[in-house]
Write a protein that binds this ligand. Structure first.
Ligand code: FAD
Length: 409
């Protein structure tokens, strides 16, 4: 199946335990990247317009549907498979990778919380790319602090009426549906998730917002002014909105880690090709120990992060209670590492790395968003730090310490 006879820089050692069908799915994505997504990635990134070609390709080939339940036409791939798919896509094209993570993020609350009737109405179309959904959580006054969202939802008979503003909404300009998270006016503590059609009276979508990277998947803002939605379009129960959003974000964090890690791997492959070819002062760049050490540090970090990502995906698949903590750890590790690796890889390629024509310029711009979206690096450090401090209070004492207060030493 693998047309390329050459081995890749990063091995497939994390594929152990995957079924033949799962391996075939990864191979299919690899082939898609080799034949279409990789060669077209630069053209896709020329303009920040929605890349319909990429979207249709991913939908046609079934890659968009990997997160969707089989019952509605998806392939319901395990996380241990999805991370490898996202690695492959992230290695070549952030646009393609973000379409797959974005399809999951924006529809997960429907999968987890919609009535059977609503699922049957929406999911088959979403999973084949006939329609699209966007996830509307962030607001002008609430980004990192998502509990601070101010979008109001109040009940009027059998309808909910929504008023508020949403910012930074990916694919707002192309989505047919929006998962909107707001607060119930009747009970301020209760969050509610509603599915809102694009043509709902009172919903206004701004022009696309120009941005630094992730071209091909534009963002825009939403204004909701007394948007009335039937209560059949509520996801989960009243009060479930926050948990549904967190459930979607958990998957998205693992997805962002996979995409960022893939980009780091791709950057390292590109830089390695350059240093083994480029002659400086009569010898190849790769013969300099300083260059080899840079490569060595990057490879070790990438492989260690792949292992952490695999562990996290396994935890997700077996519903381990600490999966959210591991998702924070791997999201932090993979996205910060990607920024560093892409920066160092660009350095290794000198002036060429700085050229628009060379892929690392795009990788460099795209790397930044993974450190910001789905909980920024600082947010994840806070989650991890709080957890370690909480557990340290009750943790088993280290055997080298003598009993009694440590200040008695
Ligand atoms: C391209 C793009 C696509 C996006 N897509 C979507 C989408 O589809 N749907 C959606 O709902 N949202 C989306 N977002 C929003 C994204 O999730 C937020 O930008 C992100 O959560 C950060 O919020 P903020 O931008 O308001 O930053 P702020 O909350 O203003 O934070 C600013 C900085 O302060 C840091 N910070 C915050 N709190 C602390 C603290 N306690 N200690 C130390 N540092 C802290 C943050 O890490 C960050 O670096 C998107 C954003 C972008 C740029």
């Amino acid at each position: 199946m693998n047309k390329s006879k050459k081995e890749r820089l990063f091995g497939d050692h994390f594929r152990q335990g995957l079924t033949e069908a799962e391996q075939a799915l990864i191979e299919q994505v690899r082939e898609l990247c080799r034949e279409h997504i990789g060669p077209n990635a630069a053209a896709v990134a020329q303009e920040d317009r929605f890349s319909w070609d990429t979207f249709h390709l991913l939908a046609r080939s079934g890659v968009l549907a990997t997160a969707f339940p089989k019952k509605y036409g998806g392939s319901e791939a395990r996380q241990v498979v999805r991370i490898r798919i996202l690695e492959e896509l992230g290695r070549t094209c952030s646009t393609a990778a973000s379409m797959v993570t974005g399809a999951d993020l924006s529809t997960r609350a429907i999968v987890a919380g919609a009535s059977e009737r609503l699922k049957e109405q929406l999911l088959p179309q979403l999973c084949t790319g006939k329609t699209q959904c966007a996830f509307a959580l962030t607001e002008p006054g609430a980004g990192s602090d998502v509990r601070g969202i101010q979008t109001k939802v109040h009940k009027e008979g059998s309808r909910y009426v929504i008023s508020g503003s949403k910012k930074f909404i990916t694919r707002a300009s192309t989505a047919d549906w929006f998962v909107v998270i707001g607060r119930l006016t009747e009970s301020d503590a209760k969050f509610v998730a509603l599915i809102v059609p694009r043509d709902a009276p009172g919903l206004t979508i701004s022009e696309d917002e120009p941005k630094l990277g992730w071209y091909g998947v534009p963002i825009a803002s939403l204004e909701l002014r007394d948007v009335a939605i039937a209560n059949t379009h509520r996801l989960g129960e009243e009060g479930d909105g926050f948990n549904l959003a967190q459930d979607a974000l958990l998957r998205a964090r693992i997805g962002h880690a996979g995409m960022a890690l893939g980009r780091a791997m791709g950057a390292l492959e590109i830089a390695s090709s350059y240093v083994v070819e480029r002659q400086v002062s009569g010898k190849r760049l790769s013969e300099h120990q300083g260059v080899q050490w840079m490569l060595a540090e990057m490879v070790v970090q990438v492989e260690a992060t792949r292992a952490l990502l695999t562990l996290t995906a396994e935890k997700y698949d077996r519903e381990a209670p600490d999966v959210a903590l591991f998702a924070s750890m791997v999201k932090l590790q993979a996205t910060d590492l990607c920024m560093k690796v892409v920066t160092d890889a660009l350095q290794l390629t000198g002036g060429r790395g700085f050229l628009k024509a060379f892929p690392l310029e795009r990788f460099f711009r795209d790397a930044k968003l993974n450190q910001i979206g789905e909980g920024s690096s600082e947010v994840h450090k806070t989650i991890i730090g709080r957890d370690i401090v909480r557990r340290a209070v009750a943790a088993e004492r280290h055997p080298c310490l003598k009993p009694g207060p440590l200040v008695d030493y």
